[in-house]
Write a protein that binds this ligand. Structure first.
Ligand code: ATP
Length: 249
């Protein structure tokens, strides 16, 4: 393989007669944002689930940091540094921003609160959590409840939680969903800088964000890749225009 951080080779998954992903081979290289786009039902979520370990492929394999992780479960891939941020936020909204990051640093999201008290007195853990908040620009919001944050700040907090686990790659499922124009613009600027931390595989419907951020774009239609290329190559591709972008490109 190349110097790719993450790669899929011929990933396929059928549901009955429907081939939701069909021999999908993509890679994610150091420092890049690689966007996956395609119409509803194209297979993006199925592909992400296969990459992150939530769904076993019928055929093909997934490599992460040079290792074949196809048989690994979600938790094992996460521990190895594959950080997924979710379209539906998994944050505890009535707890503080710092508490959420501490829980992430403990790898104990959703665990009973009895684990939190010792965590708060653990200096190393607290330092790591505060450093993660600083890296996403939320250091001044540490004591706020998550419910007091804007949607965009919550996305940044999710990234802070992921950062405590020293990610080697991010997989993001529609981070712009639910954000207004201003929130999208702010998150776009944030993700632009985040790629230096770890490369990002980005599933996103917001084409302004995709065209602003992506180093490469892969277009999925009916489970198959119809094109992978730079923003300019994708915009100029007759196949992509016919199948997906229509007159919008
Ligand atoms: N668990 C499942 N059982 C049966 N069919 C499924 C299942 N999951 C997905 N599919 C089907 O597989 C196809 C691909 O779905 P998928 O959710 O991966 O597409 P998508 O590109 O993520 O769509 P969207 O942009 O709407 O999120 C769709 O036709 C969907 O109905």
């Amino acid at each position: 393989m190349t110097d790719a951080v993450l790669a899929t080779h011929g990933l396929s998954r059928s549901f009955g007669a429907l081939r939701a992903t069909n021999e999908v081979s993509i890679d994610l290289r150091p420092g890049e944002i690689h966007a996956i786009i395609g119409p509803n039902g194209a297979g993006k979520s199925t592909l992400i689930a296969q990459i992150c370990g939530g769904l076993a492929p019928d055929a093909g394999r997934v490599e992460f940091l040079g290792r074949d992780v196809t048989g690994w479960d979600v938790a094992a891939r996460a521990r190895a540094g594959l950080a997924r941020t979710f379209q539906v936020s998994a944050l505890a909204t009535e707890d503080s921003v710092l508490q959420n990051v501490l829980l992430g640093a403990l790898g104990a999201g959703g665990s009973p609160w009895r684990f939190l008290r010792p965590a708060l007195s653990d200096r190393d853990l607290r330092d790591r959590a505060e450093a993660a908040l600083t890296r996403v620009g939320l250091q001044d919001q540490a004591a706020l409840r998550v419910s007091e944050l804007s949607h965009g700040q919550r996305r940044q907090l999710e990234v802070a939680v992921a950062l405590t686990l020293s990610p080697r790659a991010f997989v993001m499922d529609e981070p712009m969903a639910g954000l207004g124009a201003e929130g999208s613009a702010q998150l776009t600027a944030f993700l632009d800088g985040l790629r230096a931390e770890a490369p990002i595989l980005l599933v996103e419907h917001d084409m302004d964000a995709v065209f602003a951020l992506a180093d490469r774009i892969t277009v999925l239609v009916y489970g198959r890749i119809i094109e992978t290329g730079t923003v300019d190559e994708i915009r100029a591709s007759p196949a992509v225009r016919d199948a997906y972008l229509g007159g919008a490109a």
